[in-house]
Write a protein that binds this ligand. Sequence first.
Ligand code: MTE
Ligand code: MO
Length: 403
Amino acid sequence: MFWRSPIRGPWLTSVLGTLLVPAITVIALTGFIDHWAHYGNDSVGPAGDIPALFHFTASWPSWSYAATQGMHVTLGMMVFPLVLAKLWSVMPKLFQRPVIKSVAGALERISLLGLVASVLVELATGMCMMQDWTPGNFNFTTVHYYGAWLFGTLFVLHACIKLPVMRRAYRERGVLKPMMEGVSQTKPEPLDEGGLAPINPAAPTISRRGLLAMVGGASLTIFAVQAGESLGGPFRRLALLAPRGRVFGTGPNDFPVTRTAASAEITSAMTGTDWRLTVVGARSISFSRQQLLAMAQSTRTLTIACTDGWSTTQHWTGVPLATLARLVDAPQGAILRPVSLEPGVTSAALSSSLYSDSRSLLALRVNGVDISLDHGYPARVTLPDVPGTLNVKWVRELRFEAA
Ligand SMILES: Nc1nc2c(c(=O)[nH]1)N[C@H]1C(S)=C(S)[C@@H](COP(=O)(O)O)O[C@H]1N2
Ligand SMILES: [Mo]
């Protein structure tokens, strides 16, 4: 037969599958938390309110969302070698004949096809989003989200169906015993019903622990060149997998920009001395930038974490949103809708518990200097512990609307 590797067999596949369980669990949980943070559990989509997560996390550090998001994308990339090794270990199954032996067998084959297809779709769409690559505005988020449900369901089903096979493999071969064998002691597993162990094994060229070390090494390498995107600061330099050709800023404004002022069609004429901020509540007040700067300023260390996979922590200075809410007599429990100079930008409404948090600012300065045009000059919203997309840039109006 064609598939002759002596390390293939139920034990190896069981170990690779077992390692996938905690990895997939963390990736799924952090992914669903991220979705929940974006859309809430009772909202109508990105333009809706996002009350749920914030009520839950108001007392958490401002980087909690960034940590969740960073874990999702970093682990999501690190799991790639493990998925490939798992697929390699079951490769002979793809070539088994007859293709369909029974109704149950056919159903299993279809579910496996879905499992493999959905995991590849999740990895591919995830990487496209991290590269901020949106051909024809194809909606990767939606595909990634529904793909996750399909993959998650089939993964749980598959793990349940294979439990007896895994238990037998561990019982007969020991959980760790095959790991003690070097290349020369590596013997093929006995032939199994599943057809994983080779009928005509070749001589071993790598031990089972060697293969696992290779997978682990590949994952750690991915960690080394990926984690910097989420950790930010000096680690950003190590993030070789980060999108290329990104615009940053200079000096205190040197941190990532996804949407530049140029791409948002923001000109310095729109943001010059004529710029005013309109705050609407029970009454309306308009402020010049000078007037905003003359108010009591607050400085907060806040993390912006984008779904694209990067995070950045900076020291923002500005007027607390709660102060502005008070000045215009915002109705009790009102939601806040920030409006940008950028045409067509509608932010999700911010719940009152979110903008009432003393860390939530209308930021005017960053790291001791004015924020740059690319980072949202004359003013931007900066918030603790929420998806980056809520930190609206180039703000021209803050509307406190009765909920
Ligand atoms: N007006 C405006 N505000 C915006 C955006 C935008 O495209 N336009 N992008 C949002 C997103 S997706 C993120 S992650 C944060 C940080 O974006 P930046 O990197 O473009 O500064 O700003 C948010 N605020
Ligand atoms: Mo973002």
